[in-house]
Design a protein. Structure first.
Length: 423
């Protein structure tokens, strides 16, 4: 794989923050506006982010444990269900469904979106796209099956599915898709699998799903592509607000250091060696000796070129004293010949990397859509099949909800209201 197609850890973290900023800007949350948020989310971060943007936030939630857990957030509580919201028409300026609907039974999607569109002038839906790479599909299928056996839902839909839902309640729909441009580092896969394991392990998911997720994370060649995220905003005709996006900061690239050629390096070494040779003493002359010409200093090689040598400057020879009477001095020995200049050998060319990235085959095969029991016709979706199947026709695809709740499941759409269980 070409290294330029893979994010470094720092690059991926910066890109994640930038995409997150764009997602919130696409919803156009205005200061002092009344905003309804569907649920507290896993950690209350979506609610707190909306509060920090200056909105007057109300959270609709029916789970007592979540209400108690996030009671300290500066948000009003509307206790109830998103399928039947206890509020007047257009009571809010904006309703936000942030990573919420894919965890709801798909047969309730139309009802929930209809209620959100009724109580709010604008409706924002933020959802992850269905995974497109083989490994992402397998992980999503494992996680969806584990959640289904726990009586919960985890189904991802294409953008056309969410757009059709919003078009049923709002006249003007804007949509944005935010995706990563390169492959994330290995740490993204490890963090994603760890998050899924932590979630389903707490909920006592079947052991075989957890074991396979751990096996995927341990593979050295496994790479997971983060799915794009959809942001759709519906509004009445003439009430849509155009978002203002933060421009991407230009990437400051350091100028590459010039690499000297073999000829340049050999010439610099030869000049440095010759400059270090001491000059021969001047021959006495009857007249005043002329000053000797100083040896030229070797060129300075800085660290910017990749090499560092000290400046070599030979001192100017001093004038020889007058010869004393006596025998003539012996002639000076000729200087030793300079060694042949060193010529670096060219490094062997590395073989080009194999084109493309990914994996030829997975040990567990390609993901298959969950099939209903034999003889049971697939349930009809109020908006048709959520996925286009290659080859034409509509057949069950990944993301289709199962045929009803299993008879041995204790799951219910919402627990009955318990007046005594107030926070």
């Amino acid at each position: 794989m070409n290294e330029s197609s893979v994010y470094s850890v720092d690059e991926f973290e910066n890109e994640s923050k930038y995409i997150d900023t764009l997602i919130w800007e696409a919803m156009t949350i205005l200061p002092k506006s009344k905003v309804l948020v569907c649920g507290y989310g896993p950690d209350g971060a979506y609610v707190q982010r909306t509060i920090d943007m200056g909105a007057e936030v109300t959270v609709i939630e029916h789970r007592t444990d979540q209400i108690r857990k996030f009671a300290k957030l500066d948000a009003k509580l509307l206790r109830g269900s998103t399928s039947v919201i206890p509020a007047k028409d257009n009571a809010f300026d904006l309703a936000i469904s942030f990573h919420y609907l894919h965890e709801v039974d798909p047969f309730f999607h139309a009802q929930v979106v209809s209620e959100l569109g009724r109580v709010a002038r604008r409706l924002a839906v933020v959802e992850p796209a269905p995974p497109a790479d083989p490994l992402g599909k397998r992980i999503a299928l494992l996680y969806s099956q584990a959640k289904r056996e726990l009586g919960q839902f985890e189904y991802y839909q294409p953008i056309e599915y969410w757009k059709k839902l919003l078009q049923a309640v709002k006249a003007d729909i804007s949509q944005n898709v935010f995706a990563f441009a390169k492959v994330p580092p290995k740490e993204y896969l490890l963090d994603t699998v760890k998050l899924l394991l932590d979630t389903i392990e707490v909920e006592d998911a079947p052991r075989q799903y957890m074991d396979e997720l751990r096996q995927i994370a341990s593979r050295s060649d496994a790479q997971l592509l983060p799915p794009p995220r959809f942001v759709l905003v519906g509004a009445a005709a003439g009430e849509q607000i155009a978002p203002s996006f933060t421009p991407r900061l230009p990437t400051r690239k350091k100028a590459p250091k010039p690499v000297p050629t073999a000829a340049d390096l050999a010439a610099k070494i030869a000049a440095a060696q010759q400059a270090a040779i001491p000059a021969a003493p001047a021959t006495p002359a009857p007249a005043t000796p002329a000053p000797a010409t100083p040896v030229q200093a070797a060129p300075n090689v800085s660290a910017d070129t990749g090499y560092e040598f000290p400046d070599v400057v030979a001192p100017a020879p001093k004038a020889a004293p007058a010869p004393a009477p006596g025998p003539a001095p012996a002639p000076p020995k000729p200087p030793a010949p300079a060694p042949a200049p060193f010529t670096p050998q060219a490094a062997p060319q590395a073989e080009p990397p194999a084109p493309g990235f990914g994996f030829s085959a997975l040990p567990f095969g390609s993901p298959e859509p969950p099939n209903p029991p034999q003889g049971t016709p697939p349930p009809a979706s109020p908006f048709g099949m959520p996925f286009a199947v290659p080859g034409g026709g509509e057949t069950p695809g990944f993301g289709l909800p199962p045929g009803g709740v299993p008879p041995n499941s204790t799951w219910a759409w919402e627990p009955p209201e318990d007046p005594a269980a107030e926070p």
